[in-house]
Design a protein around this ligand. Structure first.
Ligand code: B12
Length: 211
């Protein structure tokens, strides 16, 4: 089994100590961030499946959340190496009804590391908060995160509120997280969607005119 596979298994089996040691080893060995993030995604999917099958309970999801949060903290220094020149502003948040934030926090760190000023509105963010933040911070891009099915409806309500406030022409909107796809993107009226941070970063950079 490769070190990455061991890492995926340790997270999926909720072996906290092993998972944290393995992520440190992966960093030491120079394994790139996208490979590590891909491993985290695979492990999350296994955990999610075990939860759906009734093999894991809510307490296990909480444990998984804690392990993933600690891993993100260990990864932070390799994401944020130095302060780059500012290339744009992004308002981001997890939509109303959804409290998942580990993936969003990774997106925030990666955007900041690439020169974006990020206004992070947190979790369970109502549509009017997004509208208020767009008026206040004048971003080029708005990012909506959602991991649960109900979140799709919240994304639609958020984008409808942005349109109703007459602000849609001023911003590009990207949706992200495990539940999004092309269909969801069309349904909610977003400009783009991404299920991983690298794709999201590429799209957002294109929007602000940076390669
Ligand atoms: C950990 C976890 C939790 C933790 C979250 C802790 C936290 N602070 O976030 C806790 C215990 C709180 C939790 C609660 C619940 N959870 Co939960 N949870 C998970 C789990 C196992 C991992 C999520 C995670 O952090 N993954 C790791 C990160 C790094 O990945 P990510 O979030 O996908 O982010 C990446 C990309 O998606 C992308 N991205 C994310 N956001 C954005 C935004 C933009 C703009 C862009 C560009 C990209 C982007 O970039 C990130 C990095 O690459 C998932 C399983 C899964 N497959 O996702 C279930 C899962 C999301 N949870 C689920 C459920 C059902 C729940 C609960 C309803 C359980 C319950 N009965 O109470 C509650 C929901 C509460 C609520 N109202 O939100 C379901 C959702 C199913 C569905 N279809 O709706 C899942 C899929 C598990 C499953 N298969 O059943 N959960």
């Amino acid at each position: 089994m490769s070190l990455v596979e061991e890492f995926v298994k340790a997270i999926a089996d909720l072996r906290e100590k092993d998972a944290l040691e393995l992520v440190k080893k992966l960093i030491e060995q120079g394994v790139d961030l996208s490979t590590i993030l891909d491993g985290i995604r695979k492990a999350s999917d296994i955990i999610g499946r075990r939860f759906e099958e009734g093999r894991y309970f809510i307490s296990d999801l909480i444990m998984a959340g804690e392990i993933l949060r600690e891993i993100t903290e260990i990864l932070r220094p390799i994401i944020v190496k130095e302060k780059p020149k500012k290339i744009g502003t992004v308002v981001i948040g997890t939509v109303q009804g959804d409290i998942h934030d580990i993936g969003k926090n990774i997106v925030v760190a990666v955007l900041e590391a690439n020169g974006f000023e990020v206004i992070d509105l947190g979790v369970d963010v109502p549509p009017e908060k997004f509208v208020e933040a767009i008026r206040k911070h004048n971003p080029q891009v708005v990012g909506l995160s959602c991991l649960i099915t109900e979140g799709i409806e919240s994304m639609k309500k958020t984008i409808d509120a942005i349109k109703a406030a007459g602000l849609k022409e001023k911003v590009k909107i990207i949706i992200g997280g495990g539940r999004v796809d092309e269909g969801a993107c069309k349904y909610v009226g977003a400009d783009a969607w991404a299920r991983d941070v690298q794709t999201g970063l590429r799209i957002i950079k294109e929007w602000v005119g940076v390669k």
